[in-house]
Design a protein around this ligand. Sequence first.
Ligand code: RIB
Ligand code: CA
Length: 314
Amino acid sequence: MARPIIIDTDPSPDDAVAFLMALGSPDELDLLAITTVGGNAPLVLTTKNALKALELVGRPETPVYAGAAGPLCRNLETAEYVHGENGFEGFDLPEPKLKPAAGFAPDAIVDLVMARPERAVTMCCLAPLTNLALALAREPRLAARLERIVLMGGAFSEGGNVSPCAEYNIYVDPEAARRVFACGAPIVMIPLDCTHQALTAKARLARLRAVGKPHMEAFFHLLTANKRFDEAKYGTDGGPLHDPTVVAYLLRPELFGGRDVSVEISCDEMTRGMTIVDWWGVTGRPVNAKVLRAIDAEGYFDIVIERLSRAARG
Ligand code: RIB
Ligand code: CA
């Protein structure tokens, strides 16, 4: 029986790889919906990018619900300096014919989860956590209903990527992140400490391109362009492939290692968005997340390439 999941996302290419991998894994995952949020690019563009990616692989059946345009109580800080003006630079995809589904993403999250049995639906979060925080505010029973929340976000020993101490998804809406980490649902957090070990090295992107399908060629160019900023910043061969780790964890949890710890979120100005991970259990604070720190990078790219290649119909 495939696990029902919802993917909340702000598509840049690595977000899109994540949800297309899910579509390429129908025996294990049932993608109920994609929900979009303002993040890497403004909401209208992240929503359009989700529709473009689905059209690229001929999968119009997956509903895309647009959600919050910005954080709960701050102005949105987008990341065009990393992802380009439209959040999807590197390969021109046509304007989508597909339209978003009717309804607001937080409402769709609540309706889809509450319509299914307890602990059935897994929430996969690849973006600022505004939509999930709003869904939790609308339906306090949501946290107890979710199977778990698997989210890409946060950082501890690795340091931040948008500030010295904060990772982008948490930094953009720290109040939403604080609400999510306090909700009581089981959480798996995949921080930069993990994703920075999984780089889109040229040899790996060459393997992806060698699959020879049109959408793999498109993602070769999209990922090549998308990782240029990180390559220049870190001086590495390729950049971290962040968001697909969430789907890879659901498919191959054995590729990852971590521990159950307490995670707190800073909303102070100087340390805004910092995830305070009590890795050594010194605070005595209650455990609220499994934080992953180890990854088998080769095994990760094997499953990414395998399942992304299967995303296209035919
Ligand atoms: O910090 C990494 C996160 O920010 C990922 O979700 C990536 O898509 C970028 O938005
Ligand atoms: Ca993202």
